[in-house]
Ligand binder design. Structure first.
Ligand code: GLN
Length: 200
């Protein structure tokens, strides 16, 4: 049974936990650093990246979680979660964040709240099949480092990316009935666990 920590500081963590339940994984609420013990992976939900980042720092979860991810803990971030995982956030360099993923993002890149929109995006990973993307004040991924794979894109922009033990997307699969992205994440969790086991 996989135990997946879901960061419950702010945002749509409940939808992620529900999705994990549907896939037979156990969702562990993370509200303090003690809750990180024994998890096989972590999900950073959508919400407000400035709020989540500030709480991660003020409640002293940030340094430990950052080190765990750098050491191979599988991490999945959606929307604000993607922003918090990004090494570079254009114009918000001081945003407290994990900064573990080699991507550059821009917050609210597609306009303001009224400009939230839904669209089908093309997934390179699922061989050109479509993914339905719900975008809520979504960030854009503007640049990716060499080790980052683009798994889905919308026009010129990557919207779902993977770097080793990390995946991030700018949309909200947890708000749909489509379980594919979470299933992919659980695969990444299993792979990272195997890599860990080999190291020990
Ligand atoms: N606009 C939000 C931010 O900058 C992200 C929105 C979301 O997570 N749906 O943090």
């Amino acid at each position: 049974d996989l135990k997946i920590g879901v960061l419950e500081l702010q945002g749509d963590f409940a939808e992620h936990s529900a999705m994990l339940g549907r896939l037979g994984a156990h969702a562990v609420p993370i509200r303090s650093v003690e809750h990180l013990v024994g998890i096989d992976g972590v999900i950073i939900p959508g919400g407000e990246s400035t709020t989540i980042g500030k709480l991660l720092r003020d409640w002293d979860i940030l340094p430990t979680l950052k080190k765990m991810i750098a050491d191979g803990l599988a991490c999945f971030g959606t929307c604000a979660g993607c922003i918090l995982m990004a090494k570079d956030v254009t114009g918000y360099d001081t945003l407290p964040r994990l900064g573990t993923m080699d991507v550059t993002v821009t917050r609210n890149a597609y306009g303001s709240q009224v400009d939230s929109f839904e669209t089908d995006v093309l997934s390179e990973f699922w061989k050109g099949e479509k993914l339905h993307a719900i975008n809520i004040r979504a960030p854009s991924i503007d640049a990716v480092g060499e080790g980052v794979q683009i798994l889905a894109s919308f026009g010129e922009k990557a919207v779902l990316v993977r770097e080793n033990n990390m995946i991030a997307c700018t949309f909200h699969p947890e708000l749909t009935d489509d379980t594919r992205v979470h299933e992919l994440y659980l695969e990444v969790v299993r792979e990272s666990k195997n890599t860990e086991a080999l190291k020990n």
